[in-house]
Design a protein around this ligand. Structure first.
Ligand code: CO
Length: 209
């Protein structure tokens, strides 16, 4: 137990604390999960899904990767979306980016970051779509933060274009896709005011009739 000793100690304390406040908490959770939300966020250690919205285990289904990207062929992310939508029947899918994201910053550079550059290409594409608007800004941090927001909106669109989400809508399932952004500096979550709830709200090009 010398290895990762502090983690085991902290875990015991945490489990004890939770049990004290709700004795059958773990027993109830062990029988089923019934989350209303699927959260797709950045892997950044400063953006932990449950904590920033003050939710307990069992309340959010989570997928995280570098810079909260939803790639059309990423079987990992697509499997998470499929399970969340078809089995758990979540009512909301949230893409949550964060200002000052290192992945977004790296995508704007022309440096060699190794393998990860292949992942960052998807963000570079978003930069390319909006380059005029982004490059018109003066400060580097403003440019990064605008791309952080635009990246969230792009990933919301990508989620809506999946066959999974479109099938759910066609079957009459209640499902909304939202874009949010989090500020590490003050802990505040901002709504990017995008909320897609049905097939007619997505581009005709991607619509499966
Ligand atoms: Co990040």
């Amino acid at each position: 137990m010398r290895v990762l000793k502090n983690l085991f100690e902290q875990n015991k304390k945490w489990a004890k604390k939770v049990k004290e406040s709700e004795p059958d908490f773990f027993l109830k959770l062990s029988k089923q999960q019934n989350p209303e939300y699927l959260w797709i966020g950045c892997s950044d250690s400063r953006v932990p899904a449950n904590q920033i919205v003050d939710m307990l285990p069992g309340q959010i289904f989570v997928h995280r990767n570098i810079a909260n990207v939803v790639v059309h062929t990423d079987l990992n992310c697509l499997s998470v979306i499929q399970y969340a939508v078809e089995v758990l029947k979540v009512k909301h899918i949230i893409v949550c980016g964060h200002y000052g994201c290192g992945g977004i910053q790296a995508a704007m550079e022309n440096k060699d970051h190794g393998l990860i550059d292949n992942w960052l290409r998807h963000i570079k594409d978003v930069y390319r779509y909006h380059q005029t608007k982004i490059d018109a800004l003066q400060s580097e941090i403003d440019k990064i933060n605008l791309l952080c927001e635009l990246n969230v909106l792009e990933q919301v669109t990508n989620i809506c274009h999946t066959s999974i989400v479109q099938s759910a809508w066609k079957a009459g399932q209640q499902l909304a896709v939202h874009g949010l952004i989090y500020s590490i500096e003050d802990g505040i979550l901002k709504d990017l005011k995008v909320c897609i709830t049905k097939l007619d709200e997505i581009s005709q090009t991607h619509r499966i009739q």
